[in-house]
Write a protein of this length. Structure first.
Length: 127
């Protein structure tokens, strides 16, 4: 925020703050999905899912398995992919590691699909 923006009318300041907040936090549909999937997958109650902009990754789980970081902005408008990434990361918190054999359909060999421009494509289904 610049000094000049502090002199803007209050409604513009509120609008700007809202736009910044939307970029920084999961949108309401993403937050609702996080709560729903944590419950469905019987995640440890101390698992926290944090919205975090990242470079060249969409999500990861800390080695000690309690914190999942997901790039909510990169996954916005891609509810199937958001869900599928989240399920994969929750499984990491439950001790699952990547399948080395790339078993078709396995959540532990799941990867997001990107188009030729490198943009994430929404999956067709909830896995
Ligand atoms: Zn993984």
């Amino acid at each position: 925020m610049t000094i000049r923006s502090l002199t803007q009318p209050k409604t513009e300041q509120i609008d700007m703050a809202f736009r910044v907040a939307r970029k920084l936090f999961f949108d309401p549909s993403q937050s609702a999905m996080v709560r729903q999937v944590l419950k469905q997958r019987s995640a440890d109650p101390f698992v926290a899912v944090v919205d975090a902009p990242m470079n060249d990754m969409v999500a990861y789980t800390t080695l000690w398995g309690k914190v999942i970081y997901m790039d909510g902005d990169a996954l916005r408008g891609r509810p199937h992919t958001f869900h599928n990434v989240l399920v994969h990361e929750i499984l990491h918190t439950q001790g699952k590691e990547h399948d080395q054999t790339q078993i078709p359909g396995s959540m532990m060999s799941y990867a997001v699909t990107k188009n030729i421009q490198g943009e994430i494509i929404d999956d067709a289904t909830f896995l």
